[in-house]
Design a protein around this ligand. Structure first.
Ligand code: IPM
Ligand code: MG
Length: 365
């Protein structure tokens, strides 16, 4: 089969890590008889520099025409010619929000998994890390506070800012269903996170979640308040399988979930629309401080490409192969600098560059 992939390297370490993901995809193509065709697109700071805006209509259209999008990272440049001196709608992150909305990528999947080889990196107590954890945050991505009406104006001489949190039942239902579908392929447990003791939008969320749960008798649903969830994530992360939540809570909790793995350079993500289309990107950012040095960890991007194989192309075998090759590389003690000193055993490890990590994974495919 032929697959059209829109590649958006973006800023900072984006181009380096995307290169390695393409290397791995090409190896998969060779081995399993697929052809991946890439169209390179500009988004974020590089697009601002060239076109004066972070996401052009043409880029959005080209992305829409592809079978899936692979994204590196956007943003980062500060200082004299900082992109952050621009008005908010022209900054790199605005491109990210615009592509999410423009492609209706309403379901953001962020797995947080504690690799046995990297348990030392877990910032939690050993007794907690010992148990390991494997969860996925399913975050609503095109509604809520991020996309509600906002303004800042003077009312009776007082500066006042308003952000609006809106969800309708259809927006809630589709993301709840997505979470339950994912739970069916995992340990069949959904924790729906909200602030139903305060917010109307959360009370509606809870009601719809309960309705959808009736269609999935095998899945266990529990509701949890967001403040409690923040605590539980550091107290007992092993309790979670699928965490389902709205946009803003999901932004915060997914960072917390990834932090407790201690290896954010390893975490993939997928943003899916209705049907098979999706955008895949590492959970980490553009890391401008190490850009261009060939030392970034490409694993999160490579695992994002694996998610693309699985969710957009239905290539489960191929996705498994990539994930196994990554696990093998870790077992073999091969490390980029960010995960170098995190092995629990006393074995000697080999420090490699970004491109060498890509090669090492290809070698194990
Ligand atoms: C993320 C990021 C974005 C978000 C920012 C960069 C707008 O934090 O993908 O989690 O808040 O969604
Ligand atoms: Mg975030």
């Amino acid at each position: 089969m032929k697959y059209q992939i829109a590649c958006i390297p973006g800023d900072g370490i984006g181009p380096e890590i995307i290169e390695e993901a393409k290397k791995v995809l090409n190896k998969i193509g060779e081995k399993f008889g697929h052809e991946f065709i890439y169209t390179e697109l500009l988004m974020g700071g590089v697009s601002i520099d060239k076109y004066g805006e972070p996401l052009t209509k043409e880029t959005l259209e080209a992305a829409r025409k592809s079978d899936a999008v692979l994204l590196g990272a956007v943003g980062g440049r500060v200082g004299e010619d900082s992109w952050y001196k621009l008005p908010p709608h022209l900054r790199p992150e605005a491109g990210l929000l615009a592509i999410r909305k423009g492609l209706s990528l309403f379901a953001n999947l962020r797995p947080a998994y504690l690799y046995p080889e990297l348990k030392n990196a877990c910032p939690l107590k050993e007794s907690i890390a010992e148990q390991g954890f494997d969860m996925i945050v399913v975050r609503e991505l095109t509604g809520g506070l991020y996309f509600g009406k906002r303004e800042t104006k003077e009312i009776d001489g007082v500066m006042t800012a308003v952000d609006t949190l809106t969800y309708n039942e259809n927006e809630i239902r589709r993301i709840v269903k997505k979470a339950f579908d994912i739970a069916m392929k995992r340990r069949k447990k959904v924790t729906s996170v909200d602030k139903a003791n305060v917010l109307d939008s959360s009370r509606l969320w809870r009601k719809i979640a309960a309705e959808v749960a009736e269609e999935y008798p095998e899945v266990e649903l529990s509701d949890m308040l967001v403040d409690n969830c923040a605590m539980q994530l550091v107290k007992d992360p092993a309790q979670f399988d699928v965490i389902l939540t709205e946009n803003m809570f999901g932004d915060i909790l997914s960072d917390e979930a990834s932090m407790v793995t201690g290896s954010i350079g390893m975490l993939a993500s997928a943003s899916l629309s209705e049907g098979k289309f999706g955008l895949y990107e590492p959970s980490h950012g553009a890391a401008p401080d190490i850009a261009g040095q060939n030392i970034a960890n490409p694993i999160a991007t490579i695992l994002s490409a694996a998610m693309m194989l699985r969710y957009s192309f239905d290539l489960d075998r191929e996705a498994d192969a990539v994930e196994q090759a990554v696990a093998q590389v870790l077992k073999d003690g091969i490390r980029t600098v960010d995960i170098m000193s995190q092995d629990i055993s006393q074995r000697r490890m080999t420090q490699v560059t970004c491109s060498e990590m890509g090669d090492s994974i290809c070698d194990r495919l």
